[in-house]
Design a protein around this ligand. Structure first.
Ligand code: 4AD
Ligand code: MG
Length: 430
């Protein structure tokens, strides 16, 4: 019977065949321990010299790292392995012999590993991180579908900028200029007026010259947009969504969190409601914490966010930022027009801003004023303004950065490990 490693518990004490690669190996004169992986998981294969034909043991001893094989043997329980099972190997058929696999069990430098990302993805650690990424994606679809949202796919080639013009990737679109999408939001607003509650999940691009543990040039974002939902209501949806993601990862990725040595108590804390402070309060807090030169009206950098997050054991919403440091579409606070109805959700442990969201301007005249201030003239933005012309309604939305969320839940330091093939300031290979 042919099966996969994640299914072996269905075959206890039975003989099965698994297609696998050799991740690692230990052997002595009498016994060989093969660490096998097949993409669905890892299992140890035990080859006992006395129990197999001579050539099987010889093959087992000569297997090189990442050689592909069909192994046949009996599945038995093994309480010492984190996985709970091992295979008593009877037969080994070599499919293809790998010669000098570059990534050996010894330590390698980050640049070397990044240059070999196409092979590094096979490691146990990368496997665990990608499984957590997959679970967050799965839980996202589940959460939004369960809550009456429908998935809408905004375009990637656009004629407009959504989040400021300095970070745009330009490209040719026949005889026009086009940009790679920085955010699907503007299109999601059109979709919300058609479908009520919508969400997107797709790649976004920022030509940002940032070289930090939180910045990618190409990253994936979840962007819900909701008609008839105000800022307050949006915050509740955000905290419920993020809590649901944490709960799903805790429930379905135990093995992976264990592989990554993640402190799961930190994840168990991620439960709605989340604390909230205003931008004004955050500035005061920073002053108390010794950031003497922070002035009202300045944006927060990574050290500021980390310092603020330290005061809380859950993610914290910072709300009501000054209008001038936020995007053109954010609705001013009706009680105080110098701040906007927005929030950034800051994760603990230095992971920084995970979600950015706001209530959107729904008034035609005010949006037109913003267009003038931001010099958003021309036909490219005409359609977005028209959304304020035909049955405009209060609406809100937010964007959750997938890779930052994966880094946070996985407990990995840098976002470069949270996407299969990261695009960084100085990296387009592999
Ligand atoms: O705060 P941002 O720029 O918000 C928007 O794009 C809005 N249009 C979203 C919306 O309201 N629909 O980005 C949202 C999130 C950030 O909080 C962060 O998690 C992630 O996207 N993000 C990045 N992740 C990795 N690398 C980058 N360069 C990122 N820039 C933003
Ligand atoms: Mg932001």
């Amino acid at each position: 019977m042919k099966t996969t490693i994640n299914k072996v518990n269905d075959y206890l004490n039975q003989e099965v065949t698994i297609g696998a690669w050799l991740a690692n190996k230990r052997s002595s004169g009498k016994i060989a321990f093969l660490q096998l992986r097949d993409g669905t998981g890892f299992i140890q294969g035990v080859v006992v010299k006395a129990d197999v034909a001579e050539e099987v043991f010889t093959t087992a001893k000569s297997l090189t790292q990442e050689t592909s094989v069909f192994v046949t043997g009996t599945i038995v329980e093994d309480t010492r392995s984190p996985f709970g099972f091992e295979m008593q190997v009877k037969q080994i058929e070599v499919i293809h012999e790998a010669v000098d696999f570059p990534i050996t069990p010894k330590e390698h430098g980050t640049e070397f590993l990044m240059d070999h990302r196409h092979l590094w993805l096979r490691s146990k650690r990368q496997h665990a991180i990608m499984k957590i990424r997959n679970e967050i994606i799965r839980a996202t679809y589940q959460f939004f579908n369960d809550n009456g949202f429908i998935k809408i796919d905004p375009p990637i080639l656009t004629a407009t900028s959504a989040e400021g013009t300095t970070e745009l990737f330009h490209t040719e679109y026949f005889d026009q200029e086009a940009y790679l999408s920085q955010s699907g939001q503007l299109y999601m607003e059109a979709a919300a007026m058609a479908f009520g509650k919508v969400f997107s999940f797709g790649p976004t691009f920022r030509a940002e010259k940032s070289k930090t543990r939180r910045h990618l040039i190409e990253f994936w974002m979840m962007e819900p947009e909701m008609a008839f939902v105000d800022h307050e209501e949006s915050l509740k949806i955000q905290e419920n969504y993020v809590s649901y993601l944490a709960e799903s990862v805790l429930k379905h990725c135990q093995l992976e969190l264990n592989t990554l040595n993640r402190d799961v108590d930190k994840l168990k804390n991620i439960q709605a409601p989340f604390p909230r402070i205003t931008y004004d309060q955050a500035v005061e807090l920073l002053k108390e914490k010794g950031f003497d030169d922070i002035e009202w009206g300045e944006d927060f950098g990574a050290p500021h966010e980390t310092a603020i997050a330290e005061n809380f054991d859950k993610p914290v919403f910072i709300t009501h930022y000054p209008a001038e440091i936020k995007a053109f579409y954010m609705k001013p606070d009706p009680e105080r027009s110098d701040v906007v109805l927005c929030a950034d959700l800051i994760a603990p442990e230095g992971y920084g801003e995970i979600v950015g969201g706001s209530q959107r301007i729904d008034d035609f005249e005010l949006m037109k004023e913003r267009y003038d201030e931001h010099k958003l003239s021309g036909d490219a933005y005409k359609w977005y303004l028209e959304l304020r012309k035909y049955g405009s309604v209060p609406h809100s939305g937010f964007g959750l950065g997938l890779e930052r969320t994966v880094a946070w839940f996985s407990g990995v330091e840098h976002v470069r490990e949270t996407i299969p093939f990261p695009r960084l300031l100085n990296r387009l290979y592999p």
